[in-house]
Design a protein. Structure first.
Length: 344
């Protein structure tokens, strides 16, 4: 019961003029490349299809589910990547849902023999839905006997079943060589109004992010004794910083690739002295990257914030990516260089 009341209070605050929203964040952010940075559109220099699913805090009475589906393709004749992305998330108490469909494009520019820069943009159509009849507000509670009534004036002027549509835009860039990468992106450039209350303004703050890392080869070109095929052994260190008023967050960690196994460990947090605690989670990841082009990853967030692992249940996340060469293999540019990013 206390959790239902808490959710009602949170959503009432979310409807106010001072609300500040925060985008969904994936622990396996490199497995959601178009969501992370439009400049990564076509970055595999193949045709790529991917799916992401995240179940946030399943230990609560109400759950938060997020999902993403994307497909992108690299056009060698034009040094360009094109992509299509679908994003969605839903909170069960008020059936608050956000759905997005977007088109993205990126162009690759060669700066030197092994130095490249990608620039990309994305345009999206977004829809927010909510159904508020299941929320419990303070004015509905009888403090004498603890019963809940059905009359409240908290939602005056707000339709019980609300829907809001708007357009959104993003852009990003990525510099990379054979073993390092550094990029930045900006989402919600127009800071669209997302308020369900007619006549009120509640802007979706612009999200700024920076990501980068370095990759070390551990094999020295070693090949399998029996198949004579190259077996990659590598370790990478990377970060992803996000700032969306008034929130900021840093993911920093490492991944070890022992073909075909991938193991990862992350920390999400940014300890500060302000009023918003940022110590959120330690994240463990395991995945496989098969020679067929299929990558499958699973990660679990161990909550270290005041919410606690026992209360939240952490967070589960799954990613599936499939990469393949579509078209005439003879037209493929043999001097192509893909970004040495994480797989997850």
């Amino acid at each position: 019961m206390k959790k239902r009341i808490l959710f009602g209070m949170l959503f009432l605050i979310g409807l106010s003029l001072t609300t500040r929203a925060q985008d969904v964040q994936y622990s396996q952010f490199y497995a959601a490349p178009l969501y992370l940075n439009p400049a990564l559109t076509g970055a595999s220099e193949l045709t790529r299809i991917g799916v992401n699913y995240r179940n946030q805090w399943p230990g609560l009475d109400q759950n938060f589910n997020s999902y993403s589906f994307y497909i992108d393709h690299y056009i060698f004749d034009y040094n360009s990547g094109i992509g299509l992305i679908f994003n969605g998330n839903r909170e069960s108490m008020a059936n608050l849902a956000t759905n997005e469909i977007g088109l993205s494009y990126a162009y690759k520019l060669q700066l030197g023999e092994d130095t490249y820069f990608r620039l990309g943009g994305q345009a999206s159509y977004m829809q927010r839905d909510a159904f508020f009849s299941d929320l419990v507000f303070g004015t509905q509670i009888d403090i004498i006997n603890g019963s809940i009534g059905g009359i409240t004036d908290e939602l005056d002027g707000i339709p019980i079943d609300s829907r809001y549509n708007f357009f959104d835009f993003a852009f990003g860039g990525m510099f990379y060589t054979n073993n390092i990468w550094l990029g930045a992106s900006a989402h919600h450039l127009s800071e669209p109004n997302v308020s369900f209350v007619e006549g009120n303004i509640s802007k979706l703050p612009m999200k700024l992010s920076a990501q980068g890392g370095i990759k070390f080869d551990l094999t020295g070109g070693r090949r399998d004794y029996f198949t004579h095929e190259y077996q990659e052994r590598a370790i990478s260190f990377a970060f992803n910083y996000k700032q969306q008023d008034p929130f900021n967050q840093l993911d920093i960690g490492t991944q070890l690739y022992l073909d075909p196994l991938v193991l990862g460990l992350w920390y999400r947090g940014l300890p500060t002295k302000n009023s918003l605690p940022n110590n959120e989670a330690v994240i463990g990841l395991v995945g496989v990257s098969l020679p067929t082009g299929l990558d499958i990853g699973y990660s679990y967030d161990v909550t270290i914030s005041k919410l606690g692992l026992k209360n939240s249940g952490g967070a589960h996340e799954i990613s599936i990516t499939y990469r393949f060469l579509w078209g005439d293999p003879k037209r493929r540019n043999q001097r192509a260089r893909t970004i040495p990013c994480f797989r997850y």
